[in-house]
Design a protein around this ligand. Sequence first.
Ligand SMILES: Nc1ncnc2c1ncn2[C@@H]1O[C@H](C[S@+](CC[C@H]([NH3+])C(=O)[O-])CC(=O)[O-])[C@@H](O)[C@H]1O
Ligand SMILES: O=C(O)C(=O)Cc1ccccc1
Length: 261
Amino acid sequence: MSHPMSQKPDTIKHDTLFTTPLDKAARFSFDEQVVACFPDMIRRSVPGYGQVLAMLPIFARRHCKYRQQGDNGQRVSRIYDLGCSLGAASMTLAGEFEPQDLQIKAIDISPAMTSEATTLLNDNYPKHDIEVITADIRDIELEPCDMVILNLTLQFLPAADRVAVLEKIYGALSEGGILVLTEKTHAFDEQYDAWLVERYYDFKRANGYTEMEISGKRNALENVLITDTLDEHHARLSDVGFQRHLTWFQFLNFISIVAFK
Ligand SMILES: Nc1ncnc2c1ncn2[C@@H]1O[C@H](C[S@+](CC[C@H]([NH3+])C(=O)[O-])CC(=O)[O-])[C@@H](O)[C@H]1O
Ligand SMILES: O=C(O)C(=O)Cc1ccccc1
């Protein structure tokens, strides 16, 4: 399987966003500048990003049982990709399923992201039923579905809004369906956390980021990307009704949980 974002390599810019000193107060935002280098940025900044994506079709194969009614009346599996950015998760799924088997709804609040995601998904998978929607995932209603993907998205919502989004997902999932929740976390223990953060910066250095880029991005993400601990994630999933949820992936401070309906 080719990497989902390797389809248009000539148009992907190298991430140089934090190579020059910036206004210290500048907040990170998913604007056109980030969109242009996003595949490079996320690959170099998120340990295990490609490995997590590659497992999504494998999970879908086991948990999507064509229970939903498609727009044309036939049975399909409906999958939500919430905070889809450029649609990498949707792209990976489309690549492994026949067009008639899936209905994908990919949602992101950033118009710069959804505009580019629409082009990428339509160009690569014109026959698939993929709808890209520009919306806040806190506001939308979810239709009955078999799989929900929150790949590095919940961490960008205000902490107070996270329960309501997860409750909505729990309510929409069919029996046997799954939520895949991937997040950056922090460790409760300060020493473990310091170790993980330092090794994460080593990971970034190994991927070519300089000290200025690392500290610039850290400042820009302050109060924008707000991490929970792994325990907080599991407690919240229990609170909204999920009786079974398992950490299936961890790479430094990045984790992925599967929650079973
Ligand atoms: N309230 C919101 N509603 C909708 N979208 C939102 C909201 N808040 C933030 N976003 C969107 O969540 C995405 C987070 S990136 C996801 C990567 C992708 N899942 C991937 O598999 O490549 C992760 C990262 O950059 O670390 C951005 O596109 C935001 O616009
Ligand atoms: O780069 C970081 O520090 C991260 O936590 C990952 C990331 C990747 C892409 C956008 C925002 C955060």
